[in-house]
Design a protein around this ligand. Structure first.
Ligand code: PLP
Length: 388
């Protein structure tokens, strides 16, 4: 990989990630390239900018390294990283035109759903929230010629519903719309939506991609950049939604271990899901890797090497028992967010607030890379203590 002529797609995702595409600093031969912090770049004497860098709001080599790695992992033609996952997602919606019709899931990442239902609607998008996991409902909701974007999240917060990417792509494309997938929970190690027909993939890179709960970032990756992507690029450049260089470095460093972290978290999550399925104080376990999951067949089709680190428990005894359980953990961290090396537990309805479709008895678990037996033991004692 030190051969700069090597094409990134020849290597497996694990190799691409471990070497961060094998970039070596041309000037120093450093195998960990420097963080580029300059906000401006030297113009050539003949008045050209041959380096491709002009000004820091659109241009940064460290940011481009992160983007190149994300594009390679997703099998995309290009990627942009942004200052947050929300910044990435909203950049795509704001590249549409007022009056355009968009579809998004009824149950999805709460802040984006709220933004779609309020600000995006006020700005002029016609937003329909649909059970996207129900292919028939999605097909009935698209308006040929008017629907410009179908947005799905799979698996989707916080019920971990799986939406069939290939079926959604076929429906979106037949209507003349693009399909965008929030693939934050799956990561490119488990699902590469573009291989299933998606046009755009979004990540809250704050989560698994960065992986250590110490950087807020977002990403969009695209297949076949067209006019929509060009508007995203123009807005990103003009509005300064770019990620800072230090955060881009942290993101690259985090992604070097992404395959190992995702494999560990997925294996632990499956084990926890199986063990809690038989727990006397758990009413239901929501996890795409369980044969009992309603969309397990779709999960098998589009998730490889595991089903991710996210699962939810519905606690027997309702909301009070769920909150009491979260109060009694010693090892799990009672905190929002997901995808870090440390395991997090959250009473999800509390953070989503009034109007949430999240069941009140639901605890959302982000499985980290700790010993799964420790994780089980801690949550088991918390469930038992809450029910005493
Ligand atoms: C699935 C999903 N999408 C998008 C976001 C938004 O990402 P960020 O918090 O980086 O803006 C989150 C954040 O929790 C998320 O979980």
């Amino acid at each position: 990989m030190t051969d700069e002529r090597a094409t990134p797609r020849r290597w497996s995702p694990r190799t691409l990630a471990a070497q961060a595409l094998g970039h070596v600093d041309a000037a120093s031969r450093a195998v960990v390239p420097p963080i580029h912090i300059s906000t401006t770049y030297l113009r050539d004497p003949d008045n050209q900018y041959r380096s491709g860098n002009v000004y820091g709001r659109p241009d940064n080599p460290t940011v481009r390294e992160a983007e190149a790695l994300i594009a390679a992992l997703e099998g995309a033609d290009a990627a942009f990283v942004f200052g947050s996952g929300m910044s990435a997602a909203t950049a795509l919606f704001l590249a549409l035109a007022p009056g355009d019709h968009v579809i998004a899931p009824k149950v999805m990442y709460w802040s984006l759903r709220t933004w779609l239902a309020t600000e995006a609607t006020r700005w002029g998008l016609a937003v329909d929230l649909v059970e996207t996991a129900d292919t028939g409902a999605l097909a009935a909701a698209v308006i040929p010629g008017r629907t410009k974007l179908v947005w799905i999240e799979t698996p989707a917060n916080p019920l971990w519903t799986v939406t069939d990417i290939a079926a959604s792509a076929a429906i979106a494309h037949a209507a003349g719309a693009a399909l965008a997938v929030d693939s934050t929970a799956a990561t490119p190690l488990i699902t590469r939506p573009i291989e299933h027909g998606a046009d755009i993939v979004m990540h809250a890179a704050t989560k698994y991609l960065a992986g250590h709960s110490d950087v807020v970032a977002g990403a969009l990756a695209v297949r076949g950049p067209g006019p929509l992507w060009e508007r995203v690029a123009r807005n990103r450049s003009q509005l300064g939604q770019i990620l800072g260089p230090f955060e881009a470095f942290l993101l690259i460093r985090g992604m070097r271990t992404l395959p190992l972290r995702v494999a560990a978290a997925s294996a632990s999550a499956l084990r926890l899901a199986e063990r809690f399925s038989a727990h006397p104080h758990v009413a239901a376990v929501l996890y795409p890797g369980l044969a009992s999951h309603p969309q397990h067949a779709a999960a098998l089709r589009q998730m490889q090497g595991g089903f991710g680190g996210m699962l939810s428990l519905r606690v027997a005894g309702g909301e009070r028992a769920a909150i009491a359980t979260a109060a009694r953990v010693a090892l799990w961290k009672r905190a929002t967010s997901l995808g870090g090396v440390e395991s997090l537990i959250e009473h999800r309805a509390s953070i989503e607030g009034p109007g949430t479709p999240c069941p009140p008895d639901l605890l959302r678990l982000s499985t980290g890379i700790e010993d799964p037996d420790d994780l089980f033991a801690d949550l088991d004692q918390a469930l038992r203590a809450a029910h005493d």
